[in-house]
Design a binder for this molecule. Structure first.
Ligand SMILES: *Cc1c(COP(=O)(O)O)cnc(C)c1O
Length: 472
């Protein structure tokens, strides 16, 4: 498989290059040159089997089938859904009235980013081994991404990972998930500043060309194609599982509702659709930072400020993966995309043409759900059914109830975080503090390890240089 940039002016690359480079040199995002059809699958195929089959065409030519299958099995072996839940890895729960919750959060750090990052960490290490190379991953986090990236990179031979978090400003669960990882290649830094200060420090490192080359700086951010690729799989497994439970043909159409911020998760659903998965309605769910809802309902994308919500992992200003959808919408017109994105950058706003709006409306619906609505929904679902739902997943369930067209077609909501990852909001809504699952039950007893640092880029550079595993 070859990969092309959404802006049409970067070299066409192989999977291994796309994996390590992330962003294309023309500022665009990589997409496969064509969409392969979904494979034929046995009725009883498990998650790992389906994952290998679905992703194989995207990596073929860059990696051997046996090595790939081993990495996939290893990555999803880190998932621990409760005994007895089905299907494996990503269980599906009945929410009544033909509404379903696909629990994509049973990975090591309890949010769905593990699905992509557990595989991407292994793919990185494999590709670097092949090239006799190594990288230094540096990132800033306010919570979910940092812990998932650390867990994915721990003990990888060819990777050092440095994650900056704002001191005292992440939740204790999130901080401990990062700081209790004992691996020598994992470096946590608590910065005396805000999340924005952390992000600015990371940007400053990447902007220093010399330093960047010296330590082989890299990132595993949400625009990386490999992350999207890994997320296609649970659309396939969840649709099959729900159809199977309802006694419908395994390929009967379903709806999906996805709580999203960067549009990464739901773009994977669109990719599944492109590959032939029967999806009737693809529903985009936002919290009150609703740039996506406004875009899908009006055709205009405009930047506004971000306000904090109970679903912080969806508090974004611009949805970076939307560019991939716009590229598909434009019939893969790279030059047109480059111009559109330039206009968006300079004006802070862009409007699509009426026929493009029709193309979008045919495939997507979008709605928003604010904090008060979420708290009410979480409380109600707990009182009525005894189910605890985290505030991100609640945005999806609420919007699905509101926007699905009837109950004949099953609607699958993606549960993106375990309720114990956001215990304060869940407790506020239900009076119940959700317990951590077994594999994290002793999180609060594990020793923590992190450095504290002033908000200063030279101090950070010196720290990175002196703490690389390869230099120790
Ligand atoms: C990252 C995240 C999201 C948003 O994912 P996108 O890729 O931005 O769509 C939603 N919920 C949780 C819990 C997350 O960690």
């Amino acid at each position: 498989m070859k990969y092309v940039s959404t802006r049409g002016a970067a070299p066409v690359l192989e999977f291994g290059d796309v994996l390590l480079e992330g962003l294309a040199t023309d500022g665009g995002l990589y997409l496969p040159e064509s969409w392969p059809p979904l494979p034929d699958l046995a009725a009883d195929a498990d998650y790992v089997t389906i994952a290998v089959e679905v992703m194989w065409p995207f990596v073929e030519g860059s990696i051997s089938r046996d090595e790939f299958a081993a990495m996939v099995a290893d990555a999803y072996g880190t998932f621990h859904p409760p005994a007895g839940s089905t299907p494996d890895v990503v269980p599906v729960v009945d929410l009544r009235d033909n509404l379903w919750l696909a629990e994509i959060f049973w990975g090591p750090t309890l949010a769905f980013k593990d699905i992509a990052l557990q595989l991407v960490g292994r793919l990185f290490d494999h590709e670097l081994e092949r090239r006799h190379d190594r990288v230094t991953i540096v990132g800033a986090t306010s919570g979910d991404t940092g812990s998932a990236a650390i867990d994915a990179c721990r003990d990888r031979e060819h990777i050092d990972i440095f994650i900056l978090h704002p001191e005292g400003r992440t939740s204790e669960v999130q901080r401990r998930q990062m700081t209790t990882v004992p691996s020598a290649n994992v470096h946590n830094i608590a910065v005396d500043g805000t999340f924005d200060d952390c992000q600015d420090l990371v940007k400053a490192l990447f902007a220093d060309e010399g330093f960047r080359r010296e330590v082989q700086l890299s990132a595993v951010n949400s625009i990386n194609w490999a992350r999207v690729m890994a997320q296609i799989v649970y659309y396939v497994t969840s649709a099959r599982a729900v159809n199977q439970r309802l006694g419908r043909p395994l390929d009967a159409p379903v709806n999906f509702c996805v709580p999203t911020g960067n549009f990464g998760n739901i773009f994977a659903g669109f990719a599944a659709m492109r590959m032939g998965l029967a999806i009737d309605q693809l529903i985009v769910a936002s919290n009150s930072n609703d740039i996506l809802t406004r875009f899908f309902n009006t055709g205009t994308m405009d930047i506004r400020g971000v306000s904090p919500t109970l679903s912080p992992s969806m508090d974004i200003q611009v949805s970076s993966n939307l560019e991939r959808l716009l590229f598909e919408m434009s019939g893969r017109d790279g030059a047109g995309m480059a111009e559109l994105m330039l206009r968006f950058r300079s004006d802070g706003s862009v409007t699509v043409l009426p026929d493009q709006m029709a193309w979008l409306s045919e495939r997507f619906s979008a709605g928003r759900y604010d904090d008060d609505e979420c708290l009410a929904l979480i409380g109600e679902r707990f009182r009525d059914d005894g189910i605890l739902i985290d505030p991100h997943s609640a945005v999806g369930v609420g919007v699905a109830e509101r926007l699905r067209r009837g109950t004949d077609v099953p609607t699958i909501c993606l549960g993106t975080a375990h309720p114990a990852k956001f215990p304060d909001a869940v407790e506020q809504a239900t009076g119940q503090r959700p317990p951590l699952p077994d594999h994290l039950a002793d999180l609060f007893e594990r020793p923590e390890r992190f450095a504290t640092m002033a908000d200063d880029v030279e101090t950070l550079k010196a720290y990175v240089r002196s703490h690389l595993v390869s230099h120790s």
